[in-house]
Design a protein around this ligand. Structure first.
Ligand SMILES: Nc1nc2c(ncn2[C@@H]2O[C@H](COP(=O)(O)OP(=O)(O)OP(=O)(O)O)[C@@H](O)[C@H]2O)c(=O)[nH]1
Ligand SMILES: [Mg+2]
Length: 196
């Protein structure tokens, strides 16, 4: 079964949203910083097994959205219709972590039922992972959201954060019965049983 989903990468400027997408989709990284203007959409498919064993293919439309600034709010049309979001912070810039609750609030205002995961990025730059990841892990706990410590540079946990989002999309699709058990097979078996 194939399903198309819009997902958004959100968070302050220069936290590594574009770099995470580049790593996930094209397996590459650049140290060069080119700030995103507006939004850019990239496609990538991801396979996941539903709880009944059927293979689900999520065709992700990944929206890379420029970091919000006070005078430059994200247009609602960029967020509209999203099934999920990865909220990204730079582990070495506390203000980027502090910004996440309001980013989440704005995203959820427009997409109340959407799935959200957090990414604490630039893990490769940390000297003391335990102390430098405390704040984002505390926030994730408080917001009850999954959180991954990623590095777009090394690729560490990048696939995991996208997979975690896909798992949350799957749970929602199963709960909303968008993905239902393969009924045809059940009927065929029933018919066979009746014939016997
Ligand atoms: N060391 C390291 N640098 C990173 C990592 N991720 C991104 N960068 C660097 O951080 C800078 C900003 O990365 P971008 O991916 O452009 O950030 P962005 O969030 O898309 O920024 P805006 O488009 O302005 O909102 C670039 O110079 C990247 O090379 C990482 O995991 N580790
Ligand atoms: Mg960008």
């Amino acid at each position: 079964m194939q399903l198309q989903k819009k997902i958004c990468l959100l968070g302050m400027y220069s936290v590594g949203k574009t770099s995470l997408i580049e790593r996930f989709v094209y397996h590459r990284f650049s140290d060069h910083y080119l700030s995103t203007l507006g939004a850019k959409v990239t496609k990538k498919s991801l396979q996941i097994s539903a709880s009944d064993g059927q293979q689900i293919e999520y065709n992700l439309l990944i929206w890379d959205i420029a970091g919000e600034e006070t005078e430059n709010k994200i247009p609602p049309s960029y967020l509209l219709g999203a099934a999920g979001a990865i909220l990204v912070a730079d582990l070495l810039r506390p203000e980027t972590i502090e910004a996440l609750p309001s980013v989440l609030e704005r995203f959820k205002e427009i997409n109340p039922g959407a799935a959200v995961v957090l990414a604490g990025n630039k893990k490769d730059l940390l000297q003391d992972i335990e102390s430098d990841s405390k704040e984002i892990l505390r926030l994730a706990h408080q917001l009850k959201l999954p959180c991954h410590l990623t590095s777009a540079k090394t690729g560490c946990q990048v696939d995991s954060v996208f997979s975690a989002l896909a798992s949350s999309l799957l749970s929602r699709d199963e709960a909303n019965q968008v993905i239902s058990p393969p009924k045809k097979k059940a009927k065929t078996r029933q018919a066979k049983d009746q014939k016997r």
